[in-house]
Design a protein around this ligand. Structure first.
Ligand code: BES
Ligand code: ZN
Length: 858
């Protein structure tokens, strides 16, 4: 099966050990390599095929002496075939390979990264192998189930630090005293994509786990104090995961390194986790709470991978969610355990639960378990389905099985598959064994079919019964032709009864008999623990709206109700004005996370009417009225004793007052900004809000000030913040200047899109023109490995909502190289179509609703 796919390797030759020696050369950005690979051969063969990309194999031998007749590269499939003079008999054999490669600037494989020391530009090198780029650093059997033991050796300049997965055990210095040879201890059996090494000038701080293993956090010179926070988080969470999973951390040390150039947020390489600087470094004085949250979230996510992914690895990328979905569930658990006042599970609803539902509402979604056969297809599934839906269905399952049974199941799973590989079914089996419940039967429906159900609910007060029906929810309102059906562990909550009711729904329709008398309100899916939406009857929804305005509904339920309402409006289940009417019940809301959803609802509705109309002015004033009391309550300065989330709410209120056109807020932001650039203080927690408002309404003078701030930024957080501001000017001439700067040498490739993404409504079209005009530049910059970046660009026009724009985008994608990102293109186009349909359907309705509202007032 696997052998029919030309990207996959045969199972005739299986590696068990690699000795790899690499010598990077920072003068010409190349490296030389030498490796010995111990393989087991099943059936006699004279050809061995393994993965290699952009490597030049200079020498290959089997069993010392059996030279090659032919070395054939297959560029497309990223393989190399070594044809030996003598046939290799079955059994254990050694391959010897000499090779050369490039230290590339594409942030994948073995790549170079630059940093400044005393005003001088220096070079280092690092690796990023997931998913399929180990083959760019050494020829290997680059598939996750071909685990082996690795011995790594790096020859590097004396003054540089060299790190790898394991501790170094000897460092002989070369006779010329220029180089050193760093040899690392043997790894445990592991997958190729988790191998890593870093060569650069680095400084560290250090702590120790309970059993005295060193944990070090590293950064390029001058930044080591910024490593403190991440170290605290790591020490906490290693302990936390060891206890939860009942399995100790498997390696003798852990290093975490902030790299100046990095393709994603972080990478869980076993024992050597690498990060983008903004995902690891915290400047104690100048950092925002949002940034500390981000660092904790990323560190805990990568630490969770040391078990989920590293210790037990997916058998093939189809089961990638076993890595990413779990790390995305276990991460927040550890963050919540360490920082209970952050209220992360409420934030989770906004940051994982809704993105999962959103992504899975498209026709062009995919099942969690999806067949992937080549590097492009693999890269494409590092998305909201794998991460967020994967996480959310774990949460659903834990609710259903209970914390105890779920954790016992996980321990069983780790015990059975450690240092090996597993599939989704293997996990269900372990959880089934631990819980005695039919886990596969429930979960397969969420991992093997795409989409999720919407449950329509009608409460018959007289008969005291609840009538339910499920069907697939799709944004375009289309009917599900494949008749997907889910098992839904339904929960229900009423205003009268503290206990939740439960009902296991397995058919399309169900009638649930309620035994209590008619209730004031009934909320289905309390706590949003299940992966489905609910479409209530108008009668039920109006009772829920009353519960909202009276503050009777729990926080997460208030959020869930509102998100469902706007999604249902988009999909034509309900009128948009019904969603807006529900929104009005949220006027006296005080919870930050609910406010984010209100903000979301207002932004979506605002887009349904044209910007230069009288109705839009009315809408702006409606939106301002919403935020005003909160903005006044929280002001611009921290209030002693305020809740952690009020810190975020203040910034949200300022942003929205400004964005919806409140002149006082804009003026106040300007005052804060000018005091800041003149050396005054500016609270890091409102700094982003202030920057963006000033930029949006600013001119050349402000632009120059932001350039200065960018050039003088002392923390990675501040540089990114100023870049975003630079990309947010409404003035079209300035905006064009910003985009030019984005493409210049001044901005690292990893940061360029920060400026592009942050263009706002007014300049959105210009940004899209710019992206189109520079498509080839971006392709060259990010190359094929930079699909994550290219996907960001492909998604840029997803907010468009006119037929003309749709045709333009379609034409562009049809005539340009978007290879390997087919699904991203389809999703973008589907979103635009859905925007158009919603706008055409609801525009007048919203305008009428506004007229009615405003005529009552006068
Ligand atoms: N394994 C990924 C890194 C990765 C992403 C490798 C895409 C190859 C392709 C890592 O564990 C990860 O998921 N990082 C996230 C951060 C996390 C907190 C969601 C990232 O980089 O954004
Ligand atoms: Zn991950």
């Amino acid at each position: 099966m696997a052998s029919k796919n030309p990207w996959r390797l045969s199972r005739n030759v299986i590696p068990s050990r690699y000795f790899i020696s690499l010598t990077p050369d920072f003068d010409d950005f190349t490296f030389r390599g030498l490796s010995y690979i111990k393989v087991n051969i099943e059936e006699a063969t004279s050809i061995i095929t393994l993965h290699a990309a952009e490597l030049d194999i200079t020498n290959a031998e089997a069993n010392l002496g059996n030279k090659t007749k032919n070395i054939t590269y297959n560029k497309k499939h990223q393989t190399v075939s070594l044809e030996f003079i003598d046939q290799l008999r079955p059994g254990t054999r050694w391959l010897t390979l000499g090779f050369k490669g490039k230290l590339n600037d594409k942030m994948h494989g073995f790549y170079r990264t630059s940093y400044m020391v005393n005003g001088e530009k220096r070079w280092g090198a690092a690796t990023q192998f997931e998913a399929t780029d180990a083959r760019r650093a050494f020829p290997c059997f680059d598939e996750p189930d071909m685990k082996a033991i690795f011995t790594i050796q790096i020859i590097a300049p004396l003054h540089m630090t060299v790190l790898s997965n394991m501790p170094a055990y000897s460092i002989p210095v070369s006779p010329n005293k220029i180089n050193k040879t760093v040899v690392f201890e043997d790894t445990v059996p592991m997958s190729t994509y988790l191998v890593a090494f870093v060569v650069a000038e680095l400084e560290y701080i250090e702590g120790f786990t309970r059993d005295n293993k060193p944990v070090r956090v590293w950064a390029t010179p001058g930044k080591k104090e910024m490593c403190r926070f991440a170290l605290e988080v790591a020490l906490h969470s290693i302990k936390y995961f060891e206890k939860w999973f009942g399995v100790p951390y498997a390696l003798p040390k852990l290093d975490m390194v902030a790299l100046p150039d990095f393709a994603s947020g972080a990478m869980e390489n076993w024992g050597l986790i690498t990060y983008r600087e903004t995902a690891l470094l915290i400047d104690a004085k100048n950092s925002s709470a949002a940034m500390r949250q981000r660092v904790a979230e990323v560190v805990d996510h990568e630490l969770a991978h040391q078990w989920f992914g590293n210790l037990v690895t997916m058998r093939w990328w189809t089961h990638l969610w076993l890595n990413e979905g779990f790390a995305s569930y276990a991460g927040p658990k550890a963050v919540d355990a360490q920082f209970p006042n952050w209220d992360v599970w409420t934030q989770y609803i906004t940051e994982d639960y809704f993105p999962a539902l959103g992504a899975d509402s498209l026709n062009n979604t995919h099942a969690i378990e999806v067949s992937v056969k080549n590097p492009d297809e693999i890269r494409e599934i590092f998305d909201a389905i794998t991460y967020s839906k994967g996480s959310v269905i774990n949460r659903m399952l834990e609710y259903y099985l209970g914390i105890e049974a779920y954790s016992r199941g996980l321990s069983l799973y780790f015990d059975k598959y450690k240092f090996g590989n597993a599939t989704t079914d293997d996990l269900w089996q372990a959880l089934e064994e631990a819980s005695g419940k039919p886990v596969s039967e429930l979960m397969a429906r969420y991992t093997r079919q795409k989409g999720y159900p919407v449950v329509t609910a009608y409460l018959d007060d007289e008969k005291n019964e609840l009538r339910l029906e499920q069907k697939r929810f799709i944004f375009d309102g289309s009917k599900d032709t494949k008749h997907s059906l889910w098992h839904i562990p339904l929960l229900m909550q009423t205003g009268e009864n503290e206990n939740t009711l439960s009902y296991y729904m397995r058919d399309r329709k169900a009638v649930v008999q309620l035994n209590s008398r008619a209730c004031s309100w009934l909320k289905i899916n309390p706590g949003q623990s299940g992966f489905y939406r609910v479409a209530y009857s108008p009668e039920m929804i109006s009772r829920l709206a009353i519960a909202v305005s009276e503050g009777a509904l729990p926080t997460i339920d208030r959020i869930g109700l509102l998100n469902d309402a706007f999604a249902l409006a988009r999909a034509d289940f309900i009128k948009t004005r019904s969603a807006l009417e529900l929104l009005e019940a949220y006027k006296s809301e005080d919870n930050y996370n609910v406010w984010r959803e209100i903000e979301h609802g207002l932004n979506l509705s605002g887009k349904l009417i044209s910007a230069d109309t009288c109705s839009y002015l009315q809408f702006k004033s409606f939106a301002r009225d919403f935020f005003k009391p909160t903005a006044e309550r929280l002001g611009w300065d921290k209030i002693p004793g305020e809740s952690f989330t009020d810190i975020f709410l203040r910034s949200l209120a300022i942003t929205n007052m400004g964005n919806w056109g409140d002149q006082d807020t804009i003026d106040e932001a300007r005052r804060h900004f000018s005091s800041y650039v003149n050396g005054g203080e500016l609270d890091p927690d409102i700094r982003n809000a202030v920057f963006l408002l000033v930029a949006k309404h600013g001119g050349n003078e402000e632009f120059e000030k932001f350039i200065k701030l960018y050039e003088n930024a002392t923390s990675p957080e501040e540089s990114v913040r100023t870049l975003r501001a630079l990309g947010s000017f409404n003035d079209t001439v300035i905006h064009a200047r910003a985009l030019d700067i984005a493409l210049s040498e001044k901005v690292r490739p990893q940061d360029k899109l920060r400026m592009v993404w942050y263009s706002n409504k007014k300049t959105h079209t210009l940004t899209w023109e710019f992206v189109k005009n520079n498509w080839d530049v971006f392709l060259k910059l990010y190359g094929h490995g930079g699909l994550g970046f290219m996907n960001g660009l492909i998604a840029l026009p997803a907010g468009f909502s006119t037929q003309e724009q749709l045709e333009d985008v379609e034409r562009f994608f049809a005539t340009h190289d978007v290879s390997g990102a087919d699904r991203a293109v389809k999703q973008c186009l589907e979103k635009i179509r859905s925007n158009i349909a919603w706008r055409e359907r609801s525009c007048n309705e919203v305008i009428e609703w506004l007229e009615e509202k405003f005529s009552y007032r006068t």
